[in-house]
Write a protein that binds this ligand. Structure first.
Ligand SMILES: [Zn+2]
Length: 567
């Protein structure tokens, strides 16, 4: 995704919250505690007090007891969409394996939609709705290790909400129906029933969408076929052959025309409004170079059997798995702008490059909780930088990534509160990418860096992970202790400051890091731009000799995202 609503939650307290918060903290991985000491206080404003999460956010965000007791296997979402009545109806067949004996599981469906019935075989199940959650009760205990399928029937007028629409019944410029979903923020249960959380994904999914004849539905996965239902509707069937995030599941219904291409064995399919066909054929040619660049760094496109698609929509874009939606007006930059303001972004289409980068980070490697969404956005923003490096060279890449500095706010840590469906601040994008660029300089060996990030992707592809997994992997592969670096950039608001005290008379400079992490230690290039010298500052003062005067002494701030203070 690019550009979310960074709204604050309403304050709401309940006994239930205390119950869930306790249940969740028992399972959550330990947070790194790193209180700032007086000696190591970073120069940042105190972080805003987090708002108390609303009950609905806890219900959706927590991996509670009725989620943890089961493991998703597959969905078959089978719905009918009526553009005139702005009404949807149908069912999701949910196949899951019980991990513990139990009589209750938690699914989710937005309160705006009706639960029509929930069946296990032919038996109708009882359920209890609580905000967006639907607790389904079984008459007899389900058994650990056994697989079950329930059919969840629902209907109603789905909500058009949030910046990208949730579920939108729109019209194209010619007045024809244009219906689409984009629900990463509000959650997929805004339009279909599912286990609406990030940790657990189905292994595969069928999507069947019945729509009035003459319209086209583009959903995720491989197009299986369409069937005339004989009542003025045609059902479009799609098959997702890989794990998929709930919010990636999408339908895009419109008067689309289709053209296709091929990259090796990978089918490339493009769906646009007829009036945009010529522009699209030109602009979407960038897809090939993008896939080649990302394959160069990380390996094969993750959803080979499902193919790669770009689908025109009226909002800017979204990384819907294997069916990336596109609304960047068939021009380079981002919505016509030079996105990072340094002259590089006008060379490519930001939405094609960014949203498709999520196929590797976001869709293949996924975060297990929304709090750690930098794994999607920080990495994908860094993938933009790699695309620039591969396509236009290293100099442009450095220019491009440093252009992001102006967008960094340093107001809240990148990693948000866990288990409450919290949206991290937008620093997860820009500061996240600048941090990874910094890490590359810390590794200080490009061959090693590229092998490291390639292997990191390969190790975690098709998995849902947390920041702890990332840090443990990097530590293990490098033999370094990078935890204080990850923690400083991701769990604190301030970036580190390199403090320099010049003793020009003696030809010396004292140096240390000012950082929140007491053990923060990061090598950095200093001295003369043409002949950098690497020093190993910690949070304690050290002294080095230098023939350079204060105003001649440089720090490689293009390669490391740090502040420098000279005295
Ligand atoms: Zn994104």
């Amino acid at each position: 995704m690019f550009g979310s609503n960074f709204c604050r939650r309403v304050v709401q307290l309940s006994l239930f919250l205390l119950f869930v918060a306790t249940a969740v903290s028992a399972q959550a991985s330990p947070q790194t505690a790193a209180p700032a000491t007086a000696q190591h206080t970073a120069a940042s404003a105190s972080p805003p007090t987090p708002a108390t999460p609303a009950r609905a956010d806890i219900l959706r965000g927590a991996y509670g007891p009725y989620r943890v007791n089961n493991d998703l296997l597959s969905y078959h979402l089978d719905i009918r969409v009526d553009p005139e009545k702005q009404f949807i109806s149908g069912k999701n067949s949910i196949r899951f394996k019980m991990l513990a004996d139990g009589t209750r599981i938690q699914l989710d469906l937005h309160p705006a939609l009706e639960v029509d019935k929930i069946l296990l075989g032919t038996a109708q199940l009882k359920y209890e709705r609580d905000s967006g959650a639907v607790f389904v009760d079984f008459p007899e205990s389900l058994h650990a290790g056994q697989e079950y399928t329930i059919d969840f029937y629902y209907s109603g007028h789905p909500l058009q909400t949030a910046r990208f629409g949730g579920f939108t019944f729109g019209k194209d410029p010619a007045g024809r129906p244009w219906i689409y979903t984009a629900c990463e923020d509000i959650g997929a249960s805004v339009w279909w029933p599912n286990k609406d959380q990030w940790r657990d994904e189905v292994e595969n999914m069928q999507i069947s969408v019945a729509i009035p004849n003459g319209l086209v539905d583009v959903s995720n996965g491989k197009f299986v076929g369409k069937t005339d239902l004989g009542d003025g509707y045609t059902r479009w069937d799609w098959l997702v052959q890989y794990p998929i995030n709930n919010y990636d599941v999408s339908l895009n219904i419109g008067n689309y025309v289709h053209f296709s291409d091929q990259l090796g064995n990978l089918p490339l399919d493009f769906y646009v409004l007829p009036e945009d066909l010529d522009k699209a054929k030109k602009q979407f040619a960038q897809a090939k170079g993008m896939i080649e660049a990302y394959q160069h760094y990380f390996g094969e496109y993750p959803f080979q059997k499902d193919g790669y698609k770009l689908v025109e929509v009226p909002y800017s874009g979204m990384e819907h798995q294997s069916a990336v939606t596109y609304g960047n007006h068939f021009t380079n930059g981002y919505l016509g702008r030079d996105w990072t303001g340094v002259g590089v972004s006008p060379k490519f289409d930001f939405i094609i490059i960014h949203e498709s980068g999520h196929e590797w980070f976001g869709n293949s490697v996924s975060a297990a909780d929304r709090s750690d969404m930098w794994i999607h956005e920080g990495w994908t923003t860094y993938l933009e930088v790699l695309y620039v490096e591969y396509t236009f060279g290293h100099e442009d890449a450095i220019k491009y990534v440093n252009g992001y500095k102006a967008k960094v706010q340093n107001r809240e840590p990148i990693i948000a509160e866990r288990g409450v469906a919290a949206t991290p601040p937008q620093d997860m994008y820009f500061k996240g990418a600048l941090f990874l660029n910094t890490l590359r300089s810390v590794i200080n060996d490009d061959a090693r860096w590229f092998a490291l990030i390639h292997d990191f992707y390969q190790h975690f592809k098709y998995q849902n992970i947390m920041t702890e997994d990332v840090v443990a992997y990097f530590n293990q592969q490098t033999g370094m202790n990078l935890a204080p670096l990850f923690d400083q950039y991701l769990r604190h608001t301030a970036i580190p400051t390199l403090e320099l005290k010049f003793g020009e008379a003696d030809g010396t400079v004292d140096y240390r890091w000012q950082a929140d992490e007491p053990d923060f230690a990061m090598p950095i290039r200093v001295g003369k731009k043409t002949d950098w010298q690497i020093i190993q500052p910690t949070t304690y003062w050290q002294t080095m000799k230098t023939p350079l005067k204060k105003n001649e002494f440089d720090v490689a701030t293009d390669l490391y995202f740090v502040n420098v203070s000279k005295q």
